[in-house]
Ligand binder design. Structure first.
Ligand code: DHB
Ligand code: FE
Length: 296
């Protein structure tokens, strides 16, 4: 049975990808931001995941307005990046894991989620910036195989926060049903508050961002009461990307504890933040309780 070691939430702002590409991580204006990922690296070295399921939103690289799946799951052996027009370096391909992807897709479809399966899928900055932050190339080759999951935040109608949380629930169940001894981390990328276009361009809402960061740990269901129009009003048109965090949180099946949390503030137009949530599984809990009882 696969084990979910935990979840990570992170922003995926293209400017961060530019800083990674240029090697600016130790420049004074970038160092505090990149340093906030050091505890994430330490945690990843401790939990040693084999696979990363990365929940993000494609921004027009693989899917465009003419073909927009609500929930798309990668089922390819490798995922290429390509030029999106942001001026970012195209990064090398990421390893996929088709058998695991199909296991997830079958289980989620059986759970009544109508998934689009993608045996070819380009991954954009929503995926690559997060991967570059979590597994910097300076630390060696990327140690995880990946499953990209794209949730539509681009073209109306978007799935509601409640639906995204339920998708996460189905994803967690699907991961644990996979009959291999794998350690899996679930990553949700995007947000926090931002609006890139229209009269509210530049809008951020720090109070609501901090509320999301609190509730995602202790009471994620409170966030499922919001509608998409509520989120657009409170977080900006693109701030709705926080629904990717809710999918990630929904997938954590066990007892969840916060390992690391950092609200950085605005980069480009977006409130940047990162969180690490550890998932202690029922099995591990039982094992610990058992050991404890033996010592009593
Ligand atoms: C920005 C943020 C995003 O999430 C994105 O996808 C593109 C741009 C920004 O703040 O510049
Ligand atoms: Fe985005």
């Amino acid at each position: 049975m696969a084990t979910i070691v935990g979840g990570i939430a992170t922003s995926h702002i293209p400017t961060i990808g530019k800083a990674i590409g240029k090697g600016w991580c130790n420049e004074p204006e970038w160092k505090p931001f990149f340093d906030s990922y050091k505890p994430v690296h330490a945690w990843l070295e401790k939990v040693r995941p084999d696979v990363a399921v990365v929940v993000y939103n494609d921004h027009g690289l693989n899917f465009f307005l003419n073909n927009m799946p609500t929930f798309a799951v990668g089922a390819a052996a490798r995922y290429d990046n390509s030029d999106e027009g942001w001026g970012l370096n195209v990064v090398p391909p990421f390893a996929g894991y088709p058998e695991f992807s199909w296991g997830l897709i079958e289980s989620m479809v059986a759970d009544e989620f109508d998934i689009t399966s993608c045996q070819e899928m380009l991954v954009d900055h929503g995926f690559t910036v997060a991967m570059g932050l979590l597994w910097p190339k300076e630390k060696g080759p990327c140690p995880v195989r990946t499953v990209p999951i794209s949730v539509n935040t681009v073209q109306s109608p978007l799935p509601s926060p409640a639906r995204c949380y339920k998708l996460g629930r189905a994803l967690g169940k699907a991961i644990e049903a996979f009959d291999e001894d794998l350690r899996v981390v679930v990553v949700g990328t995007g947000g926090l508050s931002h609006q890139l276009d229209g009269t509210r361009a530049g809008f951020v809402n720090k109070d609501f961002d901090l509320l999301c960061m609190e509730k995602i740990v202790t009471d994620p269901e409170a966030l499922t009461d919001y509608s998409i129009p509520d989120l657009i009003r409170l977080t900006g048109a693109q701030g709705v990307e926080v629904i990717q965090w809710l999918v990630m949180r929904g997938a954590l099946t066990g007892q969840v504890s916060k390992v690391h949390s950092r609200y950085h503030g605005v980069i480009s137009n977006t409130s940047a933040a990162v969180m690490v949530l550890e998932n202690s599984c029922a099995d591990e809990r039982h094992a610990r309780e058992h050991v404890l009882q033996e010592h009593l």
